[in-house]
Design a protein around this ligand. Structure first.
Ligand SMILES: Nc1ncnc2c1ncn2[C@@H]1O[C@H](COP(=O)(O)OP(=O)(O)O)[C@@H](O)[C@H]1O
Ligand SMILES: [Mg+2]
Length: 133
């Protein structure tokens, strides 16, 4: 694991857009971190790095947003049970050839593939974040 210290929202986005270039089709990335850490900001940067022009917004209510089958961005904060996630078909996108970014993946832990990547974001202060990747 390596550490990057981000000093601003833009810094996180730029870092994430570079990180995106290390990803391969089918990669599943667990985005860990508390509320407000910067997981969704990181996802915006990944989309930018992948050349996705559509604006990435938090999928809090939809659970997952599909960007052209190239990026699947999940927010499982409000998932109430693994059965609910299964019924919603959330696991169906893991092997569709896009990149999956998952916020609050702990709520769907039994459904996750064996091989995943992890990015952990920790809030150091108002504008600084520790990104472990
Ligand atoms: N260095 C930084 N990296 C990312 N976000 C930052 C940073 N500094 C401040 N922020 C702010 O923190 C918030 C992160 O929000 P968001 O990405 O939605 O968090 P999460 O998805 O982890 O709940 C945003 O309001 C953003 O502007
Ligand atoms: Mg978020």
């Amino acid at each position: 694991m390596a550490i990057f210290i981000s000093t601003s929202r833009e810094d996180t986005q730029t870092f994430a857009s570079e990180y995106a270039k290390t990803l391969r089709a089918g990669d599943v990335v667990l985005l860990d971190g508390d509320m407000g850490a910067g997981k969704t900001v990181f996802a915006k940067g990944v989309a930018q790095g992948l050349g996705i022009e559509e604006e990435v917004t938090s999928p809090t209510y939809a659970y997952m947003n599909d960007y052209d089958g190239r990026l699947f961005h999940y927010d499982c904060y409000r998932i109430e049970s693994v059965a609910q996630a299964e019924n919603l078909g959330l696991a169906d996108y893991f092997d569709m050839g896009g990149i999956c970014l998952i916020e609050w993946s702990q709520n769907i832990a039994p459904l996750l593939p064996k091989s995943v990547k992890r990015v952990k974001i920790k809030k150091l202060d108002e504008n600084r974040r520790e990104i472990e990747y």
